[in-house]
Ligand binder design. Structure first.
Ligand SMILES: [Fe+2]
Length: 355
């Protein structure tokens, strides 16, 4: 572990040096490390991330990424954490595992009006907006349901299909989790992804797949057990080596210095000691020794992929709040929960349109 942390610190030192050098080079607006909740703080934040791309965030609903690698404008709707809690008779045998989460987000408040709403209404209104705004594709980054509810998954699929817009999904930690059920997290994810979530994957590999939207590659990665498997690292490397302008989307954010352990994928403090919720969520405690080497390696690979392979940005949900961070030029955004109606319109635009 000590060796693991040392190599992480060494890598971060290098990353920081890279960022600071960029800032010292006279490019304004560079965020050397991280900024939290820009919308709550300033309303607008402009961030120039590297010589290759420019990023503008508008309030808490819009992100524009300009890149010289992009020829065709692309407009995406990105949402996460709807937490549908509906169920029917088929859920009866599983009530002992789904009871707590079935009561978690029954009534919510709209993120803009503060009026009372609920996850079903929030998703329907979000999808109406997607149609109105003419997005090219819709991406859901997990916790679509609060437990693997057949009724919830089927209802959501109907709503997505009815838009007529291509839509893609990757799992969150609640989508496959029946609290207190016997088994490791990896076993339970495999089992319930196959039994209940398969409808949402269009036949793609639920661990990692990619789609092409007008020449933009979007990689969908399942990191909902907080760890990256060797198979996922190798698939990710293969995707990045193609060198196309790309985004990566996952449920759990990747570690960024200054953020809480909730940004758990690759966080050096993610371990048994920092796991506060394993009893409440009735799941195995995080491991004593923290992350696997593969997970740390994946985190580094993401930063390298930004620099070398045109990975423009990454997006995640899980933390239910808006944030942006930049580590050595690699930008990551997290999203407000869709159970409050929140969404993000992400536009990927040719740099020539900016200049
Ligand atoms: Fe969530």
């Amino acid at each position: 572990m000590a060796q693991k942390l040392q190599s992480r610190r060494q890598f971060l030192k290098t990353s920081l040096t890279g960022s600071m050098a960029l800032a010292a080079g006279g490019i304004t607006g560079v965020s050397a490390l991280s900024c939290t909740n820009p919308a709550d703080r300033d309303g607008i934040l402009d961030t120039v991330c590297s010589g290759k791309s420019s990023i503008t965030t508008r309030g808490d609903i819009g992100i524009r990424i300009y890149s010289e690698k992009v020829d065709t404008p692309v407009r995406l709707m990105v949402i996460s954490d709807t937490h549908l809690w509906m169920s029917d008779d088929r859920e009866e045998p599983f009530r002992q595992y789904s009871e707590r989460m079935s009561k978690a987000y029954n009534k919510t408040r709209h993120f803009q009006t503060q009026e009372e709403t609920n996850p079903n209404e929030a998703l329907q209104k979000t999808l109406e907006l997607a149609k109105k705004m003419g997005v090219d594709a819709i991406f859901h980054l997990g916790d679509l349901v609060s437990y693997p509810s057949e009724a919830g998954v089927e209802w959501a699929k109907e709503q997505f299909d009815a838009t007529g817009i291509p839509w893609y999904y990757i799992s969150g930690n609640h989508d496959w989790h029946y609290e207190g059920m016997e088994g490791t997290e990896i076993e339970l994810r495999n089992e319930w992804a196959a039994k209940r979530l398969a409808l949402l994957y269009h036949g793609n590999n639920p661990l990692l797949y990619s789609v092409d939207i007008k020449g933009l590659k979007v990689v969908m990665l399942d990191d909902s057990v907080y760890e990256i498997l060797p198979e996922q690292l190798s698939l990710f490397r293969k995707e990045m080596k193609e060198g196309k302008p790309s985004l990566m989307m996952s449920h759990i954010p990747l570690y960024a210095p200054g953020f809480s352990v909730g940004y758990g994928c690759g966080h050096p403090d993610w371990n048994a000691e920092s796991d506060r919720n394993f009893e409440l969520e009735r799941r195995p405690r995080w491991p004593e020794g923290g992350h696997s080497e593969t997970t740390f390696e994946f985190w580094k690979e993401v930063i390298r992929s930004h620099a070398r392979h045109n990975l423009l940005a990454t997006f995640a949900g899980h933390v239910h709040s808006q944030s942006s961070s930049v580590v050595d030029g690699w930008p990551q955004f997290t999203l407000k929960a869709n159970f409050s109606g929140a969404y993000n319109i992400v536009e990927i635009l040719p740099m020539k349109d900016l200049l």
